[in-house]
Design a protein around this ligand. Structure first.
Ligand SMILES: *Cc1c(COP(=O)(O)O)cnc(C)c1O
Length: 293
């Protein structure tokens, strides 16, 4: 199995928290592994176990050029002695960015495909083509979300139940797999808040409901800052000030937007006085390289 380091919970201390009588405790899951970090560790766990159980020694997956999922999958496959293939959206641009350089250095075979073709990646002809080219493989979807990913995240949530007494749990949302697992595993008397990082994310409600029937959750759609991997000056300013004040690194694609949203809710009195919120640091810090952070 993949190495796992147990991670700490640290409370944010500052005037705003005293004023509002609300506590934010951050689960530093970004530190659970040097490179298969955060939620990606939990999403990959049962997928890799399943591949190995089926004597499948090749993992094939999909992602954009800055994808945390590609980065994590390459490192995890290398650690477990599996072959990995990454189908990357869009034409290759050289030199490779830091994410793809890392993936290749960890043995991932990178195959760039034009965007129009990439869009058909779940179609049978596309997959047949890939099998012809690479032989048999264990397929992990783009972003890594499937039943086994949700199962891994649910396990993580059950561990968290034992570790922290809180009223809310919050996290960044991309494809929805991680939050679905957290909802499944977390105590149903607590509320789970998700911050979609992409624009037009209303489809996520149905996506999450594919994996869970529980209803103690809410998505907050106003903190995407223009869309996936987009930023604006308010977000960048927030991340700079946050890191200065709390000495805790955020990434601009996921955790930065989530924390930006959390502070906005806090300022606006969303959390009743006396509440404790468990804030999930899902990792993604490798993504800072692409933004010159
Ligand atoms: C991938 C990722 C997410 C989103 O996970 P989903 O399961 O796709 O919703 C959140 N935070 C970080 C840091 C990520 O890398």
């Amino acid at each position: 199995m993949l190495k796992y380091c147990k991670t700490a919970v640290t409370e944010l201390k500052g005037q705003i928290f005293e004023q509002k009588r609300v506590r934010f405790v951050v689960k530093r899951e970004d530190q659970n592994h040097p490179s298969v970090s955060g939620n990606k560790w939990w999403k990959l766990k049962y997928n890799l176990e399943e591949a190995i159980k089926n004597n499948q020694n090749t993992i094939l997956t999909f992602g954009g050029a800055y994808s945390n999922h590609i980065y994590a999958t390459a490192a995890a496959a290398r650690e477990l002695g599996l072959r990995s293939i990454g189908i990357i959206r869009g034409e290759e641009t050289l030199p490779l960015n830091e994410t793809l350089k890392f993936a290749r250095a960890h043995g991932m075979e990178l195959h760039h495909v034009a965007r129009a073709f990439y869009r058909t990646k779940t179609s049978q002809p596309f997959l047949d083509e890939l099998r012809k080219e690479f032989g048999d493989f264990y397929l992990i979807p783009e972003g890594g979300t499937n039943e086994l990913a949700v199962k891994g995240c649910a396990e993580f949530a059950r561990l968290l139940n034992q570790e922290a007494q809180v009223d809310y749990l919050c996290l960044a949302v991309g494809t929805g797999g991680t939050i679905a697992g957290m909802i499944e595993g977390f105590d149903r008397s607590k509320k789970i808040l998700g911050f979609p990082v992409l624009k037009g994310a209303a489809f996520l409600e149905a996506e999450i409901k594919r994996f869970t029937t529980k209803r103690n959750w809410e998505l907050l759609y106003d903190y995407h800052a223009g869309g996936y991997a987009k930023t604006n000056s308010a977000l960048i300013k927030f991340i700079g000030e946050f890191e200065e004040n709390y000495k805790l690194p955020l990434d601009p694609v996921y955790t930065g937007k989530m924390m930006w949203g959390m502070f906005d809710l806090l300022q606006n009195g969303y959390f009743p006085p006396g509440s404790t919120v468990l804030v999930l640091h899902t990792g993604g810090l490798q993504g800072r390289l692409g933004f010159n952070f």
